[in-house]
Design a protein around this ligand. Structure first.
Ligand code: SF4
Length: 250
């Protein structure tokens, strides 16, 4: 008994007490800041592997960004990545960071469907579909439920069956082969249901965008409730985005 207590004391708290204020280490690349000043914009935009950077004035689309950091390495006087991990939003346009902009990314409350907070603020069950994912976002989503991030304390959990789920979390660029299983999964979820895109591949196709091996028509049919950028997504980005989505309006 004494030994067990000693171990508990030694380990301390395993969970993050407050995920809404938790910070991440300095090496983390979160929301970028594009500083004023002239650079060779053609070289800057050309070095981005996914076309996430557009010129005049410089903008970065986090829905396309791989967070590889190449732009910040090559043009440190122009681009730096902050450690702000709260980059999830429900408005696609909010993922585009413009030059000189240094404001937090939030959800647009007017776009949150009323039934989401009414039904899911205390309990949200999600089915995850890896639609051609590379297992990186999937591993981070698994981590959301571990003792450290403990997403379950908010009543948010992944479930095995879409029939027990309130929504679908899509990872991966949605390959042709996964288009039908994704549709079947979505159809099996009872209404009202939500759609979350987790990771750059899911949001824009990432480095696979435009490939004939993708079939992303599913996204033309339904509104997306939450975009969670990242390559892969960070558990704190995912959890904080969800908490904002399901929070009851004051
Ligand atoms: S960090 Fe993002 S914007 Fe910069 S080069 Fe990589 S993918 Fe492009």
């Amino acid at each position: 008994m004494i030994d067990n207590l000693k171990i508990l004391l030694h380990q301390g708290k395993q969970y993050i007490p407050d995920v809404t204020t938790a910070a991440v280490p300095g090496i983390f690349r979160g929301r970028p800041v594009i500083l004023p000043g002239a650079v060779d914009e053609a070289t800057l935009t050309d070095l981005c592997p996914t076309g996430a950077i557009s010129p005049g004035p410089v903008r970065i689309d986090l829905g396309k960004c791989l967070f590889c950091g190449e732009c910040a390495f090559a043009f440190p006087e122009k681009i730096r990545f902050s450690t702000d991990h709260k980059i999830a939003t429900n408005e696609r346009g909010h993922l585009v960071i413009a030059e000189g902009e240094d404001t937090p990314i939030t959800l647009n409350p007017d776009l949150i469907r009323k039934e989401i907070s009414a039904y899911f603020s205390g309990s949200l069950k999600l089915r995850q579909v890896s639609a051609g994912g590379d297992n990186s976002c999937e591993m981070e989503l698994n981590a959301c439920g571990n003792v450290n991030f403990d997403m379950g304390r908010f009543g948010i959990e992944f479930v095995a069956s879409p029939r027990h789920a309130d929504g679908v979390v899509i990872t991966g660029p949605i390959t042709e082969n996964m288009a039908e299983p994704l549709q079947i999964c979505y159809d099996a979820i009872p209404d009202p249901k939500i759609i979350i895109l987790a990771g750059t591949d899911a949001i824009s196709g990432g480095i696979f965008a435009g490939s004939p091996a993708l079939d992303r028509r599913f996204l033309d049919k339904y509104p997306v409730d939450l975009y969670v950028p990242g390559n892969p997504v960070h558990p704190l980005t995912f959890i904080n985005g969800l908490l904002e989505l399901i929070r009851k309006p004051k």
